[in-house]
Design a protein around this ligand. Sequence first.
Ligand code: GLU
Length: 480
Amino acid sequence: MTASTPASNSSLKPALKPVRTRFAPSPTGYLHLGGARTALFSWAYARHFGGTFVLRIEDTDLERSTPEAVQAIIDGMQWLGLEHDEGPFYQMRRMDRYREVIGQMLQQGTAYHCYSSPEEVEAMRERMRAAGEKPRYDGTWRPEAGKTLPPVPADRKPVVRFKNPLDGDVSWDDVVKGNITISNREMDDLVIARPDGTPTYNFCVVVDDWDMQITHVIRGDDHVNNTPRQINILKALGAELPLYGHVPMILGADGEKLSKRHGAVSVMDYPAQGYLPEAMLNYLARLGWSHGNEEIFSVEQFCAWFDLDHLSKSPAQFNPEKLASINNHYIKLADNERLAALVKPLMEQDGADFSNAPALPKVIGLLKERAHTVNEIGVAAMLFYRKPAPDAALLAQHFTDAVKPALADFAARCASVEWNKESLAPMIKEVLAAHALKMPQIAMPLRLMLTGQLQTPAIDAVLELLGREAVMARLQPHLV
Ligand code: GLU
Protein backbone atom coordinates (compact mmCIF):
# COMPACT_ATOMS: atom_id res chain seq x y z
CA MET A 1 0.00 0.00 0.00
CA THR A 2 1.91 3.00 -1.22
CA ALA A 3 -0.77 5.26 -2.60
CA SER A 4 -1.60 8.16 -0.36
CA THR A 5 -4.93 9.85 -0.40
CA PRO A 6 -4.71 13.10 -2.31
CA ALA A 7 -5.62 16.08 -0.20
CA SER A 8 -8.17 17.19 -2.79
CA ASN A 9 -10.15 13.96 -2.69
CA SER A 10 -13.67 15.21 -3.03
CA SER A 11 -15.01 12.83 -0.42
CA LEU A 12 -12.87 14.64 2.11
CA LYS A 13 -14.24 18.08 1.30
CA PRO A 14 -16.22 19.58 4.13
CA ALA A 15 -19.96 19.21 3.68
CA LEU A 16 -21.51 22.29 2.07
CA LYS A 17 -23.45 24.54 4.39
CA PRO A 18 -27.17 23.82 4.28
CA VAL A 19 -28.95 26.30 2.04
CA ARG A 20 -31.10 28.87 3.83
CA THR A 21 -33.04 31.42 1.80
CA ARG A 22 -35.58 34.00 2.81
CA PHE A 23 -38.39 36.13 1.51
CA ALA A 24 -38.52 39.42 3.38
CA PRO A 25 -41.50 41.49 2.24
CA SER A 26 -42.43 44.86 3.68
CA PRO A 27 -46.15 44.58 4.45
CA THR A 28 -47.24 47.84 2.87
CA GLY A 29 -49.68 46.48 0.28
CA TYR A 30 -50.71 43.33 -1.53
CA LEU A 31 -48.26 40.67 -2.69
CA HIS A 32 -47.44 41.81 -6.20
CA LEU A 33 -46.18 39.69 -9.05
CA GLY A 34 -42.56 40.80 -8.61
CA GLY A 35 -42.62 39.90 -4.92
CA ALA A 36 -44.23 36.56 -5.64
CA ARG A 37 -41.57 35.77 -8.19
CA THR A 38 -38.78 36.64 -5.74
CA ALA A 39 -40.45 34.44 -3.14
CA LEU A 40 -40.78 31.65 -5.71
CA PHE A 41 -37.09 31.76 -6.64
CA SER A 42 -35.98 31.78 -2.99
CA TRP A 43 -38.39 28.98 -2.13
CA ALA A 44 -37.41 26.83 -5.13
CA TYR A 45 -33.72 27.27 -4.38
CA ALA A 46 -34.23 26.02 -0.84
CA ARG A 47 -36.37 23.15 -2.11
CA HIS A 48 -33.78 22.22 -4.74
CA PHE A 49 -31.15 21.71 -2.06
CA GLY A 50 -33.43 20.37 0.67
CA GLY A 51 -32.70 23.61 2.52
CA THR A 52 -34.78 25.99 4.60
CA PHE A 53 -37.00 28.83 3.39
CA VAL A 54 -37.58 31.60 5.92
CA LEU A 55 -40.40 34.14 5.86
CA ARG A 56 -39.55 37.45 7.45
CA ILE A 57 -41.95 40.36 7.68
CA GLU A 58 -40.10 43.68 7.49
CA ASP A 59 -42.65 45.76 9.32
CA THR A 60 -40.53 48.52 10.83
CA ASP A 61 -42.12 51.21 8.68
CA LEU A 62 -44.97 51.72 11.13
CA GLU A 63 -46.79 54.23 9.00
CA ARG A 64 -47.04 52.03 5.93
CA SER A 65 -47.19 48.52 7.44
CA THR A 66 -50.61 46.99 8.10
CA PRO A 67 -51.83 43.64 9.44
CA GLU A 68 -54.04 43.37 6.33
CA ALA A 69 -50.95 43.54 4.14
CA VAL A 70 -49.26 40.82 6.23
CA GLN A 71 -52.33 38.66 5.70
CA ALA A 72 -52.41 39.44 1.97
CA ILE A 73 -48.79 38.30 1.66
CA ILE A 74 -49.41 35.11 3.62
CA ASP A 75 -52.59 34.41 1.59
CA GLY A 76 -50.76 34.95 -1.70
CA MET A 77 -47.94 32.63 -0.73
CA GLN A 78 -50.36 30.02 0.51
CA TRP A 79 -52.34 30.16 -2.74
CA LEU A 80 -49.13 29.60 -4.69
CA GLY A 81 -48.05 26.83 -2.31
CA LEU A 82 -44.85 28.60 -1.26
CA GLU A 83 -44.71 27.19 2.22
CA HIS A 84 -42.10 28.62 4.54
CA ASP A 85 -40.15 26.37 6.89
CA GLU A 86 -39.40 29.04 9.48
CA GLY A 87 -41.19 32.20 10.52
CA PRO A 88 -42.93 34.42 9.92
CA PHE A 89 -40.46 36.48 11.92
CA TYR A 90 -41.56 40.05 12.52
CA GLN A 91 -38.86 42.69 12.75
CA MET A 92 -40.94 44.72 15.19
CA ARG A 93 -40.62 41.84 17.63
CA ARG A 94 -36.84 41.78 17.33
CA MET A 95 -36.10 45.32 18.52
CA ASP A 96 -34.25 44.14 21.63
CA ARG A 97 -31.92 42.09 19.49
CA TYR A 98 -31.14 45.03 17.17
CA ARG A 99 -30.45 47.26 20.18
CA GLU A 100 -28.18 44.61 21.62
CA VAL A 101 -26.11 44.48 18.43
CA ILE A 102 -25.97 48.29 18.24
CA GLY A 103 -24.66 48.30 21.83
CA GLN A 104 -21.99 45.77 20.89
CA MET A 105 -20.91 47.78 17.86
CA LEU A 106 -20.64 50.97 19.93
CA GLN A 107 -18.51 49.08 22.40
CA GLN A 108 -16.29 47.58 19.73
CA GLY A 109 -15.93 50.92 17.96
CA THR A 110 -17.51 49.84 14.69
CA ALA A 111 -20.32 52.36 15.29
CA TYR A 112 -20.39 55.75 16.98
CA HIS A 113 -22.71 58.40 18.32
CA CYS A 114 -23.21 61.34 16.02
CA TYR A 115 -24.67 64.56 17.44
CA SER A 116 -24.89 66.49 14.17
CA SER A 117 -28.40 67.82 13.74
CA PRO A 118 -30.35 67.05 10.54
CA GLU A 119 -29.86 70.72 9.56
CA GLU A 120 -26.11 70.45 10.04
CA VAL A 121 -25.99 67.25 8.01
CA GLU A 122 -27.97 68.92 5.23
CA ALA A 123 -25.62 71.92 5.31
CA MET A 124 -22.54 69.68 4.96
CA ARG A 125 -24.14 67.85 2.06
CA GLU A 126 -24.94 71.17 0.43
CA ARG A 127 -21.32 72.29 0.80
CA MET A 128 -20.12 69.09 -0.86
CA ARG A 129 -22.60 69.41 -3.70
CA ALA A 130 -21.41 72.98 -4.24
CA ALA A 131 -17.81 71.72 -4.36
CA GLY A 132 -18.83 69.15 -6.98
CA GLU A 133 -18.37 66.20 -4.57
CA LYS A 134 -20.73 63.39 -3.78
CA PRO A 135 -22.79 64.58 -0.79
CA ARG A 136 -22.12 62.59 2.37
CA TYR A 137 -21.70 62.91 6.10
CA ASP A 138 -18.35 64.61 6.72
CA GLY A 139 -17.30 62.53 9.71
CA THR A 140 -17.49 65.32 12.32
CA TRP A 141 -18.32 62.81 15.08
CA ARG A 142 -16.39 59.88 13.67
CA PRO A 143 -13.82 58.88 16.27
CA GLU A 144 -10.29 58.43 14.95
CA ALA A 145 -7.04 57.88 16.80
CA GLY A 146 -5.67 61.21 17.95
CA LYS A 147 -8.79 63.15 16.96
CA THR A 148 -10.61 65.34 19.47
CA LEU A 149 -14.35 65.24 19.08
CA PRO A 150 -16.45 68.40 19.52
CA PRO A 151 -18.19 68.94 22.87
CA VAL A 152 -21.47 67.03 23.13
CA PRO A 153 -24.35 69.47 22.63
CA ALA A 154 -26.73 69.63 25.58
CA ASP A 155 -30.25 68.20 25.09
CA ARG A 156 -29.50 66.54 21.81
CA LYS A 157 -30.01 62.83 21.35
CA PRO A 158 -27.47 61.30 19.01
CA VAL A 159 -28.01 58.95 16.09
CA VAL A 160 -25.74 55.93 15.82
CA ARG A 161 -23.64 55.76 12.68
CA PHE A 162 -21.81 52.79 11.24
CA LYS A 163 -18.10 53.42 10.84
CA ASN A 164 -17.81 52.57 7.17
CA PRO A 165 -14.27 51.78 6.00
CA LEU A 166 -12.69 54.87 4.42
CA ASP A 167 -10.56 53.07 1.87
CA GLY A 168 -10.77 50.06 -0.36
CA ASP A 169 -13.76 48.60 -2.16
CA VAL A 170 -16.74 46.46 -1.44
CA SER A 171 -17.04 43.76 -4.01
CA TRP A 172 -19.30 40.79 -4.48
CA ASP A 173 -20.08 38.30 -7.21
CA ASP A 174 -23.76 38.80 -7.73
CA VAL A 175 -25.23 35.51 -8.92
CA VAL A 176 -27.39 37.40 -11.40
CA LYS A 177 -25.47 40.52 -12.31
CA GLY A 178 -21.88 39.31 -12.03
CA ASN A 179 -19.15 41.15 -10.14
CA ILE A 180 -20.12 44.46 -8.60
CA THR A 181 -17.49 46.66 -6.98
CA ILE A 182 -18.15 49.90 -5.14
CA SER A 183 -15.49 52.16 -3.69
CA ASN A 184 -15.85 52.79 0.03
CA ARG A 185 -15.22 56.46 -0.72
CA GLU A 186 -18.62 56.55 -2.33
CA MET A 187 -20.32 55.50 0.87
CA ASP A 188 -21.60 57.38 3.88
CA ASP A 189 -21.35 56.42 7.50
CA LEU A 190 -24.83 54.98 7.54
CA VAL A 191 -27.22 55.89 10.35
CA ILE A 192 -28.08 52.57 12.00
CA ALA A 193 -30.13 53.91 14.93
CA ARG A 194 -32.30 57.02 15.13
CA PRO A 195 -32.21 59.46 18.07
CA ASP A 196 -34.97 57.47 19.80
CA GLY A 197 -32.84 54.33 19.51
CA THR A 198 -34.91 52.60 16.82
CA PRO A 199 -32.77 50.75 14.29
CA THR A 200 -32.90 51.67 10.61
CA TYR A 201 -33.90 49.49 7.69
CA ASN A 202 -30.55 48.28 6.36
CA PHE A 203 -29.34 47.48 9.84
CA CYS A 204 -32.33 45.27 10.68
CA VAL A 205 -31.88 43.37 7.40
CA VAL A 206 -28.23 42.74 8.23
CA VAL A 207 -28.86 41.48 11.76
CA ASP A 208 -31.69 39.27 10.52
CA ASP A 209 -29.75 37.75 7.63
CA TRP A 210 -26.93 37.09 10.08
CA ASP A 211 -29.05 35.64 12.88
CA MET A 212 -31.17 33.60 10.48
CA GLN A 213 -27.99 32.27 8.87
CA ILE A 214 -29.18 33.13 5.41
CA THR A 215 -26.85 31.67 2.78
CA HIS A 216 -28.47 33.13 -0.35
CA VAL A 217 -30.16 36.51 -0.56
CA ILE A 218 -32.32 36.56 -3.69
CA ARG A 219 -34.19 39.83 -4.06
CA GLY A 220 -35.29 42.53 -6.46
CA ASP A 221 -32.57 44.68 -7.97
CA ASP A 222 -34.13 47.77 -6.43
CA HIS A 223 -32.06 46.67 -3.41
CA VAL A 224 -28.73 46.48 -5.16
CA ASN A 225 -27.61 49.83 -3.72
CA ASN A 226 -28.21 48.54 -0.20
CA THR A 227 -25.95 45.55 -0.65
CA PRO A 228 -22.51 47.20 -0.27
CA ARG A 229 -23.70 48.90 2.93
CA GLN A 230 -25.08 45.63 4.26
CA ILE A 231 -21.88 43.76 3.35
CA ASN A 232 -19.73 46.28 5.21
CA ILE A 233 -21.85 45.97 8.35
CA LEU A 234 -21.82 42.17 8.13
CA LYS A 235 -18.05 42.26 7.84
CA ALA A 236 -17.81 44.57 10.87
CA LEU A 237 -19.89 42.05 12.79
CA GLY A 238 -17.57 39.24 11.77
CA ALA A 239 -20.45 37.52 9.98
CA GLU A 240 -20.08 35.17 7.07
CA LEU A 241 -21.42 36.81 3.92
CA PRO A 242 -24.35 35.29 2.08
CA LEU A 243 -24.38 35.08 -1.70
CA TYR A 244 -26.45 37.83 -3.29
CA GLY A 245 -28.58 37.63 -6.41
CA HIS A 246 -30.48 40.69 -7.58
CA VAL A 247 -33.28 39.84 -9.94
CA PRO A 248 -34.29 42.47 -12.51
CA MET A 249 -37.78 43.81 -12.24
CA ILE A 250 -40.82 42.79 -14.23
CA LEU A 251 -41.95 45.18 -16.96
CA GLY A 252 -45.29 45.50 -18.69
CA ALA A 253 -45.59 44.59 -22.38
CA ASP A 254 -44.95 48.27 -23.21
CA GLY A 255 -41.56 48.16 -21.47
CA GLU A 256 -42.69 50.29 -18.54
CA LYS A 257 -42.46 49.15 -14.91
CA LEU A 258 -45.36 46.80 -14.21
CA SER A 259 -48.25 48.71 -12.65
CA LYS A 260 -52.03 48.64 -12.32
CA ARG A 261 -52.23 50.03 -15.83
CA HIS A 262 -51.11 46.64 -17.13
CA GLY A 263 -53.93 44.78 -15.40
CA ALA A 264 -53.87 42.97 -12.11
CA VAL A 265 -50.59 43.26 -10.23
CA SER A 266 -51.76 41.70 -6.99
CA VAL A 267 -51.29 37.96 -6.93
CA MET A 268 -54.64 37.45 -5.22
CA ASP A 269 -56.48 39.11 -8.11
CA TYR A 270 -55.60 36.07 -10.18
CA PRO A 271 -57.57 33.41 -8.30
CA ALA A 272 -60.44 35.89 -8.34
CA GLN A 273 -60.21 36.04 -12.13
CA GLY A 274 -60.05 32.27 -12.49
CA TYR A 275 -56.35 31.50 -12.74
CA LEU A 276 -54.99 28.30 -11.28
CA PRO A 277 -52.00 28.51 -8.92
CA GLU A 278 -50.00 25.95 -10.89
CA ALA A 279 -50.40 28.11 -14.01
CA MET A 280 -49.28 31.21 -12.16
CA LEU A 281 -46.27 29.40 -10.68
CA ASN A 282 -45.27 28.03 -14.07
CA TYR A 283 -45.62 31.47 -15.64
CA LEU A 284 -43.71 33.31 -12.89
CA ALA A 285 -40.95 30.69 -13.00
CA ARG A 286 -40.32 31.50 -16.66
CA LEU A 287 -40.32 35.22 -16.02
CA GLY A 288 -36.59 35.84 -15.74
CA TRP A 289 -35.38 32.25 -15.55
CA SER A 290 -35.09 29.59 -18.21
CA HIS A 291 -34.33 25.95 -18.67
CA GLY A 292 -33.61 25.54 -22.37
CA ASN A 293 -36.84 25.97 -24.28
CA GLU A 294 -39.02 24.39 -21.63
CA GLU A 295 -42.20 26.40 -21.18
CA ILE A 296 -44.55 24.07 -19.36
CA PHE A 297 -43.37 22.22 -16.28
CA SER A 298 -44.69 21.13 -12.94
CA VAL A 299 -43.60 22.76 -9.72
CA GLU A 300 -41.67 19.59 -8.78
CA GLN A 301 -39.84 19.75 -12.07
CA PHE A 302 -39.12 23.42 -11.50
CA CYS A 303 -37.61 22.77 -8.08
CA ALA A 304 -35.46 20.02 -9.55
CA TRP A 305 -34.21 22.31 -12.33
CA PHE A 306 -34.00 25.65 -10.60
CA ASP A 307 -30.55 27.15 -10.32
CA LEU A 308 -29.15 30.64 -10.03
CA ASP A 309 -27.06 30.34 -13.19
CA HIS A 310 -29.99 30.76 -15.53
CA LEU A 311 -31.54 33.88 -14.07
CA SER A 312 -31.80 36.57 -16.69
CA LYS A 313 -29.81 39.78 -16.38
CA SER A 314 -32.39 41.81 -18.27
CA PRO A 315 -35.89 42.69 -17.08
CA ALA A 316 -38.64 40.23 -17.91
CA GLN A 317 -41.81 41.36 -19.67
CA PHE A 318 -45.16 40.39 -18.31
CA ASN A 319 -47.33 38.93 -21.03
CA PRO A 320 -50.96 38.38 -19.99
CA GLU A 321 -51.76 36.37 -23.16
CA LYS A 322 -49.00 33.91 -22.36
CA LEU A 323 -50.25 33.56 -18.79
CA ALA A 324 -53.77 32.94 -20.13
CA SER A 325 -52.54 30.28 -22.51
CA ILE A 326 -50.60 28.52 -19.72
CA ASN A 327 -53.74 28.74 -17.61
CA ASN A 328 -55.69 27.05 -20.42
CA HIS A 329 -53.10 24.26 -20.41
CA TYR A 330 -53.58 23.63 -16.69
CA ILE A 331 -57.36 23.98 -16.89
CA LYS A 332 -57.40 21.15 -19.43
CA LEU A 333 -55.35 19.00 -17.05
CA ALA A 334 -57.36 19.93 -13.97
CA ASP A 335 -59.86 17.60 -12.41
CA ASN A 336 -63.44 18.58 -13.36
CA GLU A 337 -64.62 18.25 -9.76
CA ARG A 338 -61.96 20.71 -8.64
CA LEU A 339 -62.95 23.21 -11.35
CA ALA A 340 -66.61 22.75 -10.44
CA ALA A 341 -65.90 23.67 -6.83
CA LEU A 342 -64.16 26.83 -8.06
CA VAL A 343 -66.90 28.02 -10.42
CA LYS A 344 -69.98 27.01 -8.45
CA PRO A 345 -69.99 29.98 -6.05
CA LEU A 346 -69.61 32.38 -8.98
CA MET A 347 -72.47 30.73 -10.85
CA GLU A 348 -74.64 30.85 -7.75
CA GLN A 349 -74.02 34.57 -7.57
CA ASP A 350 -75.20 34.75 -11.16
CA GLY A 351 -78.43 32.98 -10.22
CA ALA A 352 -77.60 29.47 -11.46
CA ASP A 353 -80.21 26.83 -10.62
CA PHE A 354 -78.53 23.47 -10.15
CA SER A 355 -81.74 21.49 -9.59
CA ASN A 356 -82.87 19.23 -12.46
CA ALA A 357 -79.76 20.16 -14.37
CA PRO A 358 -76.73 18.26 -15.61
CA ALA A 359 -73.90 17.60 -13.19
CA LEU A 360 -71.53 20.57 -13.21
CA PRO A 361 -68.30 18.51 -13.57
CA LYS A 362 -69.70 16.97 -16.76
CA VAL A 363 -70.55 20.39 -18.18
CA ILE A 364 -67.07 21.57 -17.30
CA GLY A 365 -65.60 18.60 -19.15
CA LEU A 366 -67.42 19.86 -22.26
CA LEU A 367 -66.46 23.50 -21.86
CA LYS A 368 -62.93 23.60 -20.52
CA GLU A 369 -61.02 22.81 -23.70
CA ARG A 370 -60.84 26.38 -24.91
CA ALA A 371 -61.26 28.27 -21.64
CA HIS A 372 -58.47 30.63 -20.61
CA THR A 373 -59.83 31.17 -17.14
CA VAL A 374 -61.94 29.14 -14.78
CA ASN A 375 -64.37 32.06 -14.64
CA GLU A 376 -64.88 31.84 -18.41
CA ILE A 377 -66.08 28.27 -17.89
CA GLY A 378 -68.51 29.49 -15.23
CA VAL A 379 -69.99 32.06 -17.58
CA ALA A 380 -70.31 29.53 -20.41
CA ALA A 381 -71.77 26.86 -18.12
CA MET A 382 -74.65 29.16 -17.16
CA LEU A 383 -76.49 28.07 -20.29
CA PHE A 384 -77.29 24.80 -18.55
CA TYR A 385 -78.42 26.38 -15.31
CA ARG A 386 -80.75 29.21 -16.13
CA LYS A 387 -84.05 29.44 -17.94
CA PRO A 388 -83.29 30.30 -21.55
CA ALA A 389 -84.59 33.71 -22.57
CA PRO A 390 -83.93 33.95 -26.32
CA ASP A 391 -84.17 37.32 -27.97
CA ALA A 392 -87.57 37.36 -29.76
CA ALA A 393 -86.29 38.96 -32.98
CA LEU A 394 -83.40 36.52 -33.18
CA LEU A 395 -85.72 33.62 -32.61
CA ALA A 396 -88.13 34.85 -35.31
CA GLN A 397 -85.21 35.09 -37.70
CA HIS A 398 -84.15 31.46 -37.14
CA PHE A 399 -87.45 29.80 -36.27
CA THR A 400 -89.00 30.24 -39.73
CA ASP A 401 -92.11 28.54 -41.12
CA ALA A 402 -89.85 26.19 -43.09
CA VAL A 403 -88.21 25.04 -39.87
CA LYS A 404 -91.32 24.71 -37.68
CA PRO A 405 -92.47 21.24 -38.89
CA ALA A 406 -88.94 19.91 -38.60
CA LEU A 407 -88.68 21.13 -35.01
CA ALA A 408 -92.00 19.49 -34.18
CA ASP A 409 -90.74 16.26 -35.76
CA PHE A 410 -87.54 16.55 -33.76
CA ALA A 411 -89.46 17.12 -30.51
CA ALA A 412 -91.63 14.07 -31.19
CA ARG A 413 -88.62 11.87 -31.79
CA CYS A 414 -87.04 13.18 -28.59
CA ALA A 415 -89.68 11.36 -26.60
CA SER A 416 -88.38 7.94 -27.59
CA VAL A 417 -84.79 8.23 -28.85
CA GLU A 418 -82.08 6.68 -26.72
CA TRP A 419 -80.56 9.65 -24.89
CA ASN A 420 -76.94 9.79 -25.82
CA LYS A 421 -74.87 11.60 -28.45
CA GLU A 422 -74.47 8.43 -30.50
CA SER A 423 -78.23 8.16 -31.03
CA LEU A 424 -79.08 11.86 -31.00
CA ALA A 425 -76.68 12.79 -33.83
CA PRO A 426 -78.16 10.34 -36.41
CA MET A 427 -81.67 11.24 -35.27
CA ILE A 428 -81.01 14.90 -36.09
CA LYS A 429 -79.63 13.87 -39.47
CA GLU A 430 -82.81 11.91 -40.18
CA VAL A 431 -84.91 14.97 -39.35
CA LEU A 432 -82.77 17.13 -41.62
CA ALA A 433 -83.12 14.64 -44.48
CA ALA A 434 -86.88 14.27 -44.01
CA HIS A 435 -87.38 18.04 -44.20
CA ALA A 436 -84.63 18.83 -46.71
CA LEU A 437 -82.88 21.17 -44.32
CA LYS A 438 -79.24 21.88 -43.55
CA MET A 439 -77.70 21.51 -40.08
CA PRO A 440 -77.61 25.21 -39.10
CA GLN A 441 -81.29 25.61 -39.99
CA ILE A 442 -82.24 23.33 -37.15
CA ALA A 443 -79.23 23.77 -34.86
CA MET A 444 -79.59 27.53 -34.58
CA PRO A 445 -83.23 27.68 -33.45
CA LEU A 446 -82.56 24.69 -31.20
CA ARG A 447 -79.64 26.50 -29.58
CA LEU A 448 -81.77 29.57 -29.00
CA MET A 449 -84.66 27.61 -27.50
CA LEU A 450 -82.51 25.39 -25.35
CA THR A 451 -79.93 27.89 -24.15
CA GLY A 452 -81.02 31.37 -25.15
CA GLN A 453 -77.86 31.89 -27.16
CA LEU A 454 -76.49 31.11 -30.60
CA GLN A 455 -73.04 30.06 -29.53
CA THR A 456 -72.89 26.79 -27.65
CA PRO A 457 -70.82 23.65 -27.80
CA ALA A 458 -71.95 21.04 -30.40
CA ILE A 459 -75.72 20.68 -30.32
CA ASP A 460 -75.70 16.90 -29.74
CA ALA A 461 -73.40 17.40 -26.73
CA VAL A 462 -75.68 20.11 -25.36
CA LEU A 463 -78.72 17.88 -25.83
CA GLU A 464 -77.07 14.93 -24.14
CA LEU A 465 -76.01 16.96 -21.12
CA LEU A 466 -79.28 18.83 -20.70
CA GLY A 467 -81.16 15.54 -20.63
CA ARG A 468 -84.45 14.52 -22.20
CA GLU A 469 -86.67 16.15 -19.62
CA ALA A 470 -85.02 19.55 -19.69
CA VAL A 471 -84.88 19.53 -23.51
CA MET A 472 -88.60 18.72 -23.78
CA ALA A 473 -89.45 21.35 -21.20
CA ARG A 474 -87.36 24.02 -22.93
CA LEU A 475 -88.84 23.19 -26.38
CA GLN A 476 -92.41 23.02 -25.17
CA PRO A 477 -93.23 26.78 -25.15
CA HIS A 478 -92.17 27.06 -28.81
CA LEU A 479 -94.21 24.14 -30.11
CA VAL A 480 -97.73 25.32 -29.36
N1 GLU B 1 -38.37 44.34 2.58
C1 GLU B 1 -37.81 44.51 1.28
C2 GLU B 1 -38.92 44.68 0.27
O1 GLU B 1 -40.04 44.31 0.51
C3 GLU B 1 -36.93 43.36 0.85
C4 GLU B 1 -35.64 43.36 1.54
C5 GLU B 1 -34.69 42.27 1.17
O2 GLU B 1 -35.11 41.30 0.50
O3 GLU B 1 -33.55 42.36 1.57
O4 GLU B 1 -38.66 45.18 -0.80
